[in-house]
Write a protein that binds this ligand. Structure first.
Ligand code: SF4
Ligand code: SF4
Length: 281
């Protein structure tokens, strides 16, 4: 169990607790202001700036970088932190949300200038009740007033879209806006996503998933179709056995590799029962 499960989940998966999607939490004015500021502030930034900041950090003495990361990560955990979630848990998350709206991805806006990359979803950000947030989105993503940024989806529609994202190799992540409120669901890749940028620089802005992937040797035919889907470099190949293997120390438990396997040879096992990965978050 990750730190949030202990703090906010009473020992269960914290993101499967209905109160973390509640309108009550969202009605908190400080939280709403935080969300508004978040999109306004980040919407005007450029991706290169984040990369430069990380590179500057690399030039600092190790002790200083460690100290900075420590305090920044603490702030992220309080305000805006994520976790990798596999599709089956994501389906349960969609059942808990009072509304699901599809919104443009802020990372792809920052990194690629795209305002049409709709890989993100607001949970509980009800289109009618959140007019103030809609205005913020309109400003950030520069769409016309007749073309609102919130497309409301049913749970089935949202789940079908996420199945498609899996085929593209995008990992599902959920995000807090002032923890423990969960308001965002994103579909990330290495090329565009700021969370994945932070991962490359060893800065933790999200937890690993609650699972670790394992390969069933009897079912694996060594086709290697799954290899290109792993964004964490966790999949290897044994030339001797002509089988694929997964490094539990690198695996983030996203489950995306399963989408490529026609032999159904990969499954997710609970992280907290894994002898090597139980305490890796
Ligand atoms: S090996 Fe782990 S991290 Fe890589 S795609 Fe599979 S589940 Fe995700
Ligand atoms: S896709 Fe499946 S069968 Fe092919 S190498 Fe990966 S685990 Fe083995």
């Amino acid at each position: 169990m990750c730190q949030f499960c202990h703090q906010h989940g009473e020992g269960q998966k914290w993101y499967l607790k209905a109160e973390h999607y509640s309108q009550e939490l969202l009605n908190d004015l400080e939280r709403r202001q935080y969300i508004r500021d978040f999109f306004q502030n980040y919407g005007n930034k450029k991706g290169a700036k984040f990369e430069q900041d990380f590179q500057k950090g690399l030039r600092s003495p190790a002790w200083l970088r460690k100290l900075l990361y420590h305090f920044q990560e603490k702030r992220f955990r309080r305000d805006h932190f994520g976790q990798v979630v596999p599709l089956e848990d994501l389906a349960q998350v969609l059942n808990l949300a009072s509304s699901i709206v599809r919104v443009p991805c802020i990372c792809r806006k920052i990194n690629k200038g795209r305002t049409d990359a709709e890989y993100c979803f607001g949970l509980g950000l009800d289109a009618e009740k959140m007019l103030d947030l809609q205005d913020t989105f309109l400003e950030t993503f520069g769409r016309g007033p007749d073309d609102g940024p919130f497309d409301r989806l049913s749970k089935e529609e949202a789940l079908a879209l996420h199945r498609g994202f899996e085929k593209q190799g995008l990992i599902h992540t959920i995000w807090t806006f002032k923890t423990p409120f969960i308001g965002g669901l994103c579909n990330c890749d290495r090329a565009d996503c700021l969370a994945m940028l932070s991962y490359r620089y060893n800065f933790h802005s999200f937890f690993r998933g609650e699972y670790v992937a394992e390969v069933n040797d009897d079912a694996c035919i060594g086709c290697r179709e799954c290899h290109s889907l792993c964004q964490f470099g966790a999949i290897g190949f044994s030339v001797m056995d002509q089988k694929t293997f997964i490094d539990p120390l690198r695996c983030y438990g996203c489950g995306i590799c399963r989408a490529a396997c026609e032999m159904d040879a990969i499954h997710l096992a609970p992280r907290n029962e894994h002898p090597l990965a139980a305490n890796l978050w």
